[in-house]
Design a protein around this ligand. Sequence first.
Ligand SMILES: C[S@@+](CC[C@H](N)C(=O)[O-])C[C@H]1O[C@@H](n2cnc3c(N)ncnc32)[C@H](O)[C@@H]1O
Length: 195
Amino acid sequence: MTTDWEALYQSGEAGWDKGAAAPALLAFLAESPLKGHVLVPGCGRGHDVRAIAAAGADEVIGLDLAPSAFAGAETLANTHFILGDLFALPAEFASAFDAVFEHTCFCAIPRERRDDYVQAVAKALKPGGLLLALFYLTPRDNPDLTLGPPFNASVEELDARFAEHFTLLRSETPTVAFPGRENREVLRLYQRRGD
Ligand SMILES: C[S@@+](CC[C@H](N)C(=O)[O-])C[C@H]1O[C@@H](n2cnc3c(N)ncnc32)[C@H](O)[C@@H]1O
């Protein structure tokens, strides 16, 4: 069944939105700001977009398919919000980004479309570009992988799905997280391989 994200925003059921950028992203940016042009797919209300922009990226584009996600969201000089589908990116997004930041978009994608997610992110990145991903691995206590969204994932699944296009540079359990997400996330830094 397709999720109506717009309806969830309109009915005030955006329970994933914590009103702030992800703590693990802020900790990462304090050490290593993302540079250049950055894409944030499934950006929601844009907290992560603004944090990456404020940390010094040249331009940060937040993409979401729900108009109400970022309607009225605060923008900075180097942020843009675009209504669109990650699975149908505009042609000008091909090899356009130095970095992509993932946060609670992958877990919103059903398993049968997750390889499409990997392809889309790989296509958007320049060769050598970085994918910084804060994967919310186990939003559900029930291990049934068909339940969602949000859908659970495992590091083994990530290894299998991302291996074709990405080299894993770093992988760690974040030391900071939103309450309730402690030890349920993994922060990974991947590099897009050249083809
Ligand atoms: C669980 S929410 C997370 C939002 C945001 N990352 C956050 O942490 O607050 C998932 C978001 O992905 C968006 N989304 C789902 N499928 C998408 C797609 N194919 N293309 C773009 N956005 C998508 C939804 O509209 C929703 O805003």
